[in-house]
Design a protein around this ligand. Structure first.
Ligand SMILES: C[S@@+](CC[C@H](N)C(=O)[O-])C[C@H]1O[C@@H](n2cnc3c(N)ncnc32)[C@H](O)[C@@H]1O
Length: 231
């Protein structure tokens, strides 16, 4: 299925109309991050400790994973997931694709530990790195780079809300997009989740060739889309 790119761009520029519902959904989403939980995703057992992003029903993790499984990748890709969290997306993709090399990076050491434990629990070999975006990664080129970033263009004093859910002014995503070209192999592509609560300035200056390859509309009017970028 291909999406009307200008229609989607227009939707992404319109904030969700039902602000009360958006705020309520965001609050309950944040509350659900505060306690540990176990998930069973595509046959994988995923434990998510408190204050690590939860791959629950309705989350952007499951949106991302389900659409990645419909993309075409080379037979043994070198894959990086930026902001890997507890690893549900990367481990789900590794499990689905089989061969390949899978590396997960996160600014949270607790998240990296949760990811490595989940990999172990499911017998999947991966590499995990504590890193602020690409800063602590050893230089290499990836065929696929995935990022489900904190989406909400909102300032907050809550450190967990900030780390998992908020990117005021699109600062994190802008930094990611600036650094991306030097980490992608020729012919490689990045896949990132964006939304109509993402800082809108991001859409005005996207790098490389980009295409929205899937999208989803929630009852509050929240729209999220999967963006593919290549150079
Ligand atoms: C929305 S969560 C996504 C988690 C996981 N990828 C998933 O989809 O289930 C965003 C992730 O980005 C991580 N993160 C936030 N700032 C980061 C940074 N500067 N560098 C690397 N990771 C970061 C958070 O710790 C969190 O795990």
């Amino acid at each position: 299925m291909s999406y009307d790119q200008s229609l989607l761009l227009d939707l992404l520029h319109r904030p969700p109309p039902d602000k009360d519902r958006l705020r309520a959904d965001h609050r309950s989403h944040l509350v659900s991050q505060r306690t540990a939980a176990d998930y069973f995703i595509d046959g994988l057992q995923i434990h998510c400790p408190a204050n690590i992003y939860h791959p629950q029903i309705g989350s952007s993790s499951l949106f991302l994973l389900s659409h990645l499984k419909q993309c075409h990748f080379d037979s043994e890709p070198l894959v990086l997931e930026m902001g890997v969290g507890c690893g549900a997306v990367l481990l789900g993709l590794a499990n689905f694709l089989g061969k390949g090399v899978y590396c997960g990076a996160d600014i949270s050491l607790r998240a990296v530990h949760a990811f490595l434990k989940n990999a172990d629990r499911n017998g999947i070999v991966v590499e995990g790195v504590e890193s602020d975006l690409f800063l602590q990664l050893r230089p290499q080129l990836f065929d696929v780079i995935i990022f489900n970033p904190p989406l909400y263009d909102k300032v907050t004093d809550d450190p967990v809300e900030k780390m998992l859910l908020c990117d005021p002014g699109g600062e994190l995503l802008s930094r990611f997009l600036c650094q991306l070209p030097t980490w992608l192999s020729p012919g490689g592509a990045a896949y990132l989740v964006v939304s109509n609560i993402t800082y809108p300035g991001i859409f005005d200056d996207l790098p490389g060739d980009h295409e929205y390859i899937s999208a989803e509309l929630l009852p509050s009017g929240f729209v999220r889309a999967l963006l593919r970028i290549s150079y």
